[in-house]
Design a protein around this ligand. Structure first.
Ligand SMILES: Nc1ncnc2c1ncn2[C@@H]1O[C@H](COP(=O)(O)OP(=O)(O)O)[C@@H](O)[C@H]1O
Ligand SMILES: [Mg+2]
Length: 159
């Protein structure tokens, strides 16, 4: 599969949220967003935008599912938001029913995806967040070229 890498810098939490929102508006069942980056780098902020773009109502707060492991939201598509930080074996992933989520309908956003590289499907879009300073983050998107272009078309038009 032809893959492409897009790098950008976000200058605020709002900008990272808006990136998620633009992508969420175009996301479809089967899209998997593998989010990586240290604590506080913006993974949940991005997922909040993604959820709103998918049509998840404002009355649902998007928070890190660190303890629940997976949160489920309904919008135009279902959104499964998981955080694999606390998982330490593939057995844990099985307990979570990870494969069933992946093979089912819905969009997935996986925080700390760098911990489970072997469990990610080939169509996953990897999005990494790097802390630059209080308000700035480097964001790097890597995935199948065609899907990346489709999902990012609103953003790419601006640059
Ligand atoms: N450019 C930016 N992008 C994303 N978050 C930012 C940015 N600048 C500041 N922040 C702040 O950084 C924090 C990111 O937290 P969060 O999204 O929960 O990170 P993570 O899920 O990666 O641990 C939030 O408090 C957010 O307001
Ligand atoms: Mg988080």
């Amino acid at each position: 599969m032809n893959s492409v890498v897009i790098e950008m810098e976000s200058e605020s939490a709002v900008q990272t949220f808006d990136l998620g929102f633009s992508i969420g508006k175009r996301a479809e069942d089967g899209d998997v967003f593998a989010l990586s980056g240290e604590l506080g780098s913006g993974k949940t902020c991005f997922t909040g935008g993604l959820a709103r773009g998918l049509g998840v109502g404002e009355d649902y707060a998007i928070t890190s599912p660190t303890f629940t492991l997976i949160n489920e939201y309904s919008g135009r598509c279902r959104l499964y938001h998981c955080d694999v930080y606390r998982l330490n074996s593939s057995g844990d992933l099985e307990d979570l029913g990870f494969d069933e989520y992946l093979s089912g309908k819905g969009v997935m956003a996986i925080e700390w995806a760098e911990k489970i590289p072997d469990a990610l499907p080939p169509q996953a879009l990897s999005i990494s967040f790097v802390y630059v300073d209080e308000n700035r983050r480097k964001i790097r998107i890597n995935g199948p070229a065609e899907r990346v272009r489709d999902l990012l078309q609103d953003i790419l038009r601006e640059v």
